[in-house]
Every structure is written in structure tokens, then in C-alpha cells.
Write a protein that binds this ligand. Structure first.
Ligand SMILES: C[S@@+](CC[C@H](N)C(=O)[O-])C[C@H]1O[C@@H](n2cnc3c(N)ncnc32)[C@H](O)[C@@H]1O
Length: 265
């Protein structure tokens, strides 16, 4: 099942490799939920999905709790009259200023499907600033949202930093971490999902906490792309590598296969 949001770094096309190594467990914890592709394409009894993107978690909670009535409310924003740059920028402004959380959640989906290249980007004040995408007829993901709603009855969605989420893991869980990747070049910051970004220090904290979880008998797997610092970063893990075509790039010509890494602790 495809995620209902477009999301940089989504793991939909890597599910075959991931499913081959994700161990059985009662609950899957994803501290970097993103588009929830892994949640949608695995079969655990329970899930804990967390994220620092508040807008994303809020949208998931509306789909989870309200189902069809919220899906139809979102669908009303997808019409020809709303698919032009002036309406887009007006609705983006409403998204950034409204206090109505239900409307804000529906607008987040509208912006995701009408904005440029499925990007999710904020300015330093936290304002959503993705430009208009000029899509001919943005797809409304009705069936994907309905599937999400049904599956979400066995899930908890929470707004939290990965360090908080990792503390909630107990034996019997398996943890899959898909953090923002190490930058391949100094300017490759297109996967900046928040105003703050994700630092090298955070990559190191995540690797350290992964070691601590394995010592408590909790399996943990981390994704990243192949980078000269990978062996140092994940020295306590078994590393596997495979090629993958990236789906989001500033320049179409750069959509070359990049080696993907899975660190299995
Ligand atoms: C590579 S994406 C995850 C993609 C996801 N596995 C999927 O299939 O769509 C990384 C996610 O981590 C989130 N994130 C960034 N910094 C974070 C942090 N400190 N703690 C938790 N989540 C964070 C971002 O908002 C982003 O959605």
C-alpha cells in the first residue's frame, strides 16, 4: 500500500529488503515515522509511530480517529478552482496562520499534493514555505487514507523527538529508525523536514542509543545511505548495502541510484 502523502525518503520501494530483515515482534516502533510506509506494509500487532513534525502527526491522528468524515473533508480542497498558484499561496497562508487544527491538518494534505515535488519545508520561523507545484490534476488518495484509517486502529501516533521515543521501547518490541540521512554533499539539504535539520551529533546519539537498546535485548535497525562515515557511525552493527533510485531531487538528472545502508544492531 502506497502512503497517502508524498514524502522525501519514503521507504515504499525498499519494503522487500526491509521486510526480509525486520524480525518478528509484538510491536514495531518507528521514531521517524515520515509517510508511514513501513507501518502500512508490515504486519505487526501493534505500532508506535513518532515524529517531530507536529503537522504530520496531527494529520495522522485526524485520519485515525475520524476516518471517512475527515477524508471527505480533505477531499473538498481538491478541486480545479484550488489548483492554481494564487489559491495555493492563499491556502498556504491560511495553513500558517489558522488556529483551527482540523482545517490545518486537511490543508497539510492539500499542500503536500499541490506543492512542489512533494517537499515538506519550513522557514526558520516555522512557516511552511514550499512553492506551488503546477500539477495537472493532483491525485486525492482516498483509498490510501481509508486503508490508513483501518490499520491505524492498532497504532499510537505521537509527536516526539527520537530520544524520547527510544526510551519507550521494551523487550518484545522491534525498532526501525529512518532518520534524515547524512548529507552526501555540503548543499544536499533537501530532506530538511523541519526548520532545525538533523545534526551529526544527533546521528551519533542515535547510534549510541541503538547499542544500548540491543544490550537490553531489543532489536533495532537503522537506515541511511552509503557514506564514508557509516563504518565509524555504526561500528557496533552489521551493515548491509543495496542500490536504490532516489525519488526526490532538485535536479532530475541527479536521480541516479545511490547505495542504501541498513545497520542491523
Ligand atoms: C527519512 S524520513 C522517514 C521516512 C519514513 N520511513 C517513510 O517511509 O516515509 C525522516 C523523518 O524523520 C523526522 N525527524 C527529523 N528529525 C527528527 C527527530 N529529531 N526526531 C524524530 N523525528 C525526526 C522527519 O520529520 C522525517 O519525517
Amino acid at each position: 500500500m502506497r502512503p497517502f502523502l508524498k514524502w522525501a525518503g519514503n521507504k515504499y520501494r525498499l519494503m522487500r529488503q526491509l521486510k526480509a530483515i525486520l524480525p518478528e515482534a509484538k510491536r514495531l516502533i518507528e521514531p521517524f515515522a515520515g509517510s508511514a510506509a513501513v507501518f502500512l506494509n508490515t504486519d505487526y500487532q501493534h505500532y508506535l509511530l513518532a515524529e517531530t513534525n507536529y503537522d504530520l502527526i496531527s494529520l495522522y491522528q485526524y485520519v485515525q480517529h475520524e476516518g471517512l468524515s475527515f477524508i471527505e473533508y480533505c477531499q473538498a480542497f481538491f478541486n480545479t478552482a484550488n489548483n492554481n498558484s494564487s489559491c495555493y499561496y492563499d491556502l498556504r497562508e491560511q495553513f500558517n496562520s489558522t488556529q483551527d487544527l482540523r482545517r490545518k491538518a486537511a490543508l497539510f494534505l492539500y499542500l503536500n499534493r499541490h506543492g512542489y515535488n512533494g517537499l515538506c519545508r519550513y522557514n526558520t520561523n516555522g512557516g511552511y514555505n514550499v512553492p506551488f507545484g503546477q500539477h495537472l490534476k493532483p491525485y486525492f488518495p482516498y483509498k490510501e487514507m481509508l486503508t490508513f484509517h483501518h490499520k491505524a486502529q492498532n497504532a499510537v501516533f505521537q509527536h516526539a523527538d527520537f530520544q524520547t521515543t527510544l526510551q519507550l521501547a521494551i523487550p518484545g518490541d522491534v525498532v526501525y529508525c529512518d532518520p534524515p540521512y547524512l548529507p552526501l554533499t555540503a548543499t544536499a539539504n533537501f530532506t530538511q523536514y523541519s526548520a532545525k535539520g538533523f545534526s551529526w551529533a544527533e546521528q551519533e546519539i542515535l547510534a549510541k542509543q541503538a547499542e544500548q537498546l540491543t544490550n537490553r535485548g531489543i532489536p533495532i535497525i537503522i537506515s541511511n545511505h552509503d557514506h564514508p562515515l557509516i563504518p565509524e557511525l555504526y561500528k557496533a552493527a552489521r551493515i548491509i548495502r543495496f542500490p536504490v533510485a532516489r525519488s526526490i531531487s532538485r535536479n532530475g538528472k541527479q536521480r541516479k541510484p545511490v547505495m542504501e545502508v541498513l545497520a542491523i544492531f
